[in-house]
Design a protein around this ligand. Structure first.
Ligand code: GDP
Length: 478
């Protein structure tokens, strides 16, 4: 039903399964997007490694064995609830992901948690409140990733849970080796958490301590995948899983995040109405963190200068001189996503009232303008998810600095976007820069070595890492 389907000789099943990334055997009707996404994407030039595929199949087996309501699950949870500290090993170990911050942050942090789970033989469970229900299909065959209500949560047991911080502190202070370990630990890797938290996460010693705890309750809004690449004991496996370092989220995102049928309806109806027929699809993601400083005029000027100078959008023919021929005319569909309507309105008016020098025909479309970020709102999140996905279906992307919404879209789409710099009212600011990697930026990497004394610049110490284009102290995989 879409123009670029079936254009090569690659067997359809292989394309449907995204080069083996997805397992066959799911009921197609319950999640239409899973086996149809390939119809909307030009085949990815980045193939998953056979090792990554085998790790995913192994993970699925583990999840089936230990997932919610299985015999192993019930037995382990029984033990965890009863005993606060224990020394017995459990047959199944867990990471429970807790939502914080906006949807982009959540998507990136869930993917990081999943990779961490795969590296440590844990099962990933996600604790969704109402605002996250019904956005995604279940990713794991014949099982669920939603944490059952009964799973101990921070709200019920808050006081009883040891924290990662205290685990490190006790370990440092005690001379004798510890005899009992918490059964559940709160692992807070959020960006506002104290320095101590994230600083040693990349050290083998911390990972060995965490490895003793059967269930980790992880709250993070960060794409902490780069810190996993810094852990010496994970290095070998990660290198095998991802021979191309900048494809981590691209593959994990395609594996995990399948729009639910409701979200898929939003995506496909919009795509078919406004994007499908165009010769080129251009996504422009406009995220304004400080509207009081980054005024509409400032932002609009930056968007126009960046896109016109870099030929993302065609120049206007203000002389209105040539009536270009019908034949060579290309049509471009510009998808604008923003909380505000005026950017798309202004672009649309511009290309309606004045022709382009190239004769290109420009349509400008915006799915929603929600006004502000809303919390605890399921429909709001559904629209955000649909828009992230639609951006990822574009051929060219322009994104806003520091926005995880844009990071998720670029990486799913396998795109290196033009990143608009944040302008808080400067007179002559730099406009935009082309991303050097499609990976999301990890904003808050560690700044110290495992000895706790030496300052560390992770971008110069670890291979395949560079400081982000849009966030100096952050790093991303290249
Ligand atoms: P970030 O804050 O830009 O890193 O992205 P997040 O996704 O984590 O948080 C921003 C939230 O604001 C989104 O999840 C949406 O709820 C909302 N939002 C921001 N920009 C847009 C947009 O262009 N479209 C829609 N539908 N929602 C948006």
């Amino acid at each position: 039903d879409v123009s670029f389907a079936n254009t090569s000789n690659i067997p359809i099943d292989h394309k449907k399964l995204l080069d083996g990334l997805l397992a066959p055997g799911y009921d197609e009707g319950s999640c239409l997007s899973r086996y149809r996404s390939y119809l909307y994407r030009k085949g990815s030039t980045h193939k998953p490694s056979s090792y990554l595929i085998s790790k995913l199949r192994k993970y699925e087996d583990l999840h089936r064995k230990c997932g919610p309501h299985t015999r192993h699950y019930n037995r382990t949870i029984g033990k965890l609830i009863k005993q606060n500290h224990m020394n017995v090993t459990t047959s199944c170990n867990y990471i429970v992901w807790i939502a914080t911050n906006g949807l982009g942050n959540r998507i990136l942090s869930m993917a990081s948690a999943f990779l961490y789970a795969m590296l440590t033989n844990r099962v990933l469970l996600v604790k969704f409140q109402n605002d996250m229900l019904g956005l995604f299909c279940e990713p794991f065959l014949n099982s669920s990733w939603e944490s059952p209500k009964k799973f101990p949560s921070m709200n019920d047991h808050h006081k009883n849970f040891e924290t990662y911080e205290s685990l490190l502190k006790n370990d440092k202070e005690s001379n004798t080796s510890r005899k009992s370990w918490p059964s559940i630990l709160q692992l807070d890797l959020q960006h506002h958490s104290s320095d101590e938290n994230g600083q040693f996460f990349h050290c083998d010693h911390s990972q060995a301590l965490l490895g003793k705890v059967p269930a980790l309750i992880l709250s993070t809004d960060q794409y902490f995948v780069p810190s996993l690449f810094m852990v010496p004991s994970f290095k070998k496996v990660l290198n095998k899983m991802f021979p191309e370092k900048d494809t981590v989220f691209h593959h994990l995102g395609h594996y995990l995040f399948h729009p639910s049928n409701d979200a898929w309806g939003l995506i496909t109806r919009f795509y078919q109405a406004y994007m499908d027929k165009a010769d080129e699809r251009i996504g422009v993601q406009i995220r304004v963190f400080h509207p009081e400083l980054t005024t509409f005029q400032i932002m609009m000027k930056e968007i126009l200068e960046c896109t016109l100078q870099n030929k993302v959008l065609p120049e206007l023919d203000t002389q209105k001189s040539v009536a270009s021929s019908w034949k060579n005319r290309t049509s471009k569909s510009v998808l604008v996503t923003s909380l505000f309507p005026e950017y798309a309105e202004s672009l649309r008016a511009m290309y309606w009232t004045t022709p382009t020098v190239t004769g290109d025909v420009i349509g400008v479309y915006q799915p929603s303008h929600e006004g502000k970020q809303k919390f605890s709102d399921n429909i709001h999140n559904m629209k955000a998810w649909a828009e992230i996905y639609l951006l990822s279906l574009c051929d060219v992307l322009v994104t806003s600095s520091e926005s995880t919404f844009g990071y998720a879209a670029q990486s799913l789409g396998g795109l290196k976007p033009w990143i608009l710099y944040k302008n808080l009212g400067n007179e002559n600011p730099p406009l935009c820069q082309r991303a050097f990697s499609m990976e999301p930026c990890f904003h808050f990497p560690t700044t110290c070595d495992c000895d706790g004394k030496t300052k560390l610049d992770v971008a110069s110490v670890f291979p395949h890492m560079r400081h982000c284009e849009d966030y100096d102290t952050g790093v991303k995989l290249v």
